[in-house]
Design a protein around this ligand. Structure first.
Ligand code: S3P
Length: 437
């Protein structure tokens, strides 16, 4: 636990880079472990969640070196090089670690148990077990949750429709499909993030992707050749950039540059929403980094107006609702978020926790079963708020503190390091002030 008092801010200025993308860092570790030979991952995210994936792979016999904090070398042992773990594998608080590993371990020749901390044990796991069972996997959940008991087995390719629009589930199926005895076809029903597909293709996997029924449909052919090791630079995480980005938009007099940020369109729903709301965000220097689109963002404070968010846009900004809610408190009019019931099964029930904490700050917010409604603009007031141990809520509340009338007190911001180590220092470098309590 580390509590902070956040002070009102008179404007953010300057330029910063952001830590590497969390989703890409997880995948680089996992796929690197399956390649034949060492993969080098530069600008790796040393956040709690990715360190959980590294720990899990080490338990499965993979050697991982860290020559510097943000460079990782994974010594891949090939598709059949994993070894059984002697004890249950601890995925800590990371849903991505657990769900992707479930897919990877389903087709091994040994059994595994996946477990984690209480926050993770509350999250739904049948969503990944059900499609894997359709491929022949033997997975038992614990009343729908972890611990997961996986008995590795020979898997069969099949045709699946992604019932839950989740990139974690899709990626678990793709990892399992590498081991299946025939091709696996997945039909998406929403635009979920496509980092696994991009990385598999870059490593030489035979993955055909096309559009069917408006969404992507992909077929992965079982892999008979070794995957090519990676040599990548991970772009900065858009989901981390979201915090200084929104802060600069809503704190008058701000003007900042965020360098080398991933702008994969499956991830930038928040940017599209903010631009529709009147945000001044300019995109410079667009390029491809590690087969992923990246750019520099220039952000200036802006008058925002309310918007309605629903449908596919929800999926493309699924991690950004806590910080989006802060932006909505400063927008003119009633912002409505619908079709977002998935937020109830994230690190916390993010509809309930956002509503509870923002109300303490004086926000005009109404809870919906599938989202929330916020009427603004409102000058936020001083209060003691709780992050509930949820990294993205902690960082969103910190940004709320910067625009509040008086200092606000947050009980725990240490959890920010699950996805954004150095969050406080980055915000401070742009002009934010806080005191540790
Ligand atoms: C992630 C996918 C998303 C996201 C999570 C990371 C990933 O979860 O919320 O933070 O890396 O695949 P879902 O796939 O469950 O939507």
């Amino acid at each position: 636990m580390s509590a902070v008092r956040v002070l009102p801010c008179t404007g953010l200025q300057g330029s910063t880079t952001l830590p590497g993308d969390k989703s890409i860092s997880h995948r680089a570790l996992l796929l690197g472990a399956l390649a034949n030979g060492p993969s080098t991952i530069n600008n790796f995210l040393p956040g709690g969640d990715c360190l959980a994936t590294a720990g899990a792979l080490r338990a499965l016999g993979i050697s991982i070196e860290t020559p510097s904090e943000r460079t990782v070398i994974v010594h891949g042992r090939g598709l059949n090089g994993l070894q059984p773990s002697h004890s249950p594998i601890n995925c800590v608080r990371s849903g991505t670690t657990m769900r992707l590993l479930a897919g990877l371990l389903a087709g091994q020749s040994f059994s595994s148990i996946l477990t984690g901390e209480e926050q993770l044990l509350r999250r739904p796991m049948e969503r990944v077990a059900i499609p894997l069972r359709q491929m022949g996997a033997e997975i038992q959940t614990t009343n729908g949750h972890a611990p997961l008991h996986i008995q590795g087995r020979r898997l069969h390719g099949t045709q699946l429709t992604l019932e839950v629009p989740s990139a974690q589930v899709k990626s678990a199926i793709l990892l399992a499909a590498l081991y299946a005895d025939s091709p696996t076809t997945i039909q998406e029903t929403a635009p979920t993030r496509d980092h696994t597909e991009r990385m598999l293709q870059a490593m030489g996997a035979v993955l055909e992707v096309h559009t069917s029924n408006k969404y992507r449909k992909m077929t992965l052919f079982p892999h008979r050749h070794p995957l090519t090791p990676l040599e990548i630079e991970v772009p900065g995480d858009f989901s981390s950039a979201a915090f200084p980005l929104v802060a600069a938009l809503i704190i008058p007099g701000s003007h900042i540059h965020l360098k080398n940020i991933g702008i994969n369109p499956t991830r930038t729903g928040l940017l599209d929403a903010l631009i529709q709301m009147g945000a001044s965000v300019r995109i410079h220097n667009e390029r491809l980094v590690a087969n992923e689109p990246a750019a520099d963002l220039e952000v200036q404070s802006s008058q925002l107006k309310a918007i309605e968010i629903a449908g596919d846009l929800v999926v493309r900004m699924i991690d950004e609702f806590p910080i989006f809610a802060i932006a909505a408190t400063q927008a003119q009019g009633k912002t409505v978020v619908r079709d977002a019931a998935e937020l109830r099964v994230k690190e916390t029930d993010r509809i309930a926790t956002v509503v509870t904490e923002l109300r303490k700050l004086g926000a005009v917010i109404v809870e919906r079963l599938d989202g929330f409604e916020i009427t603004g603009p409102v000058k936020l007031q001083s209060a003691a708020v709780s992050s509930h141990g949820d990294h993205r809520l902690a960082m969103a509340l910190f940004v709320a503190g910067l625009i509040a009338r008086d200092p606000i007190f947050i009980d725990d911001v240490a959890c920010a390091a699950d996805s954004f180590p150095g969050f406080l220092e980055t915000m401070q470098s742009l002009g934010a002030e806080y005191a540790s309590n």
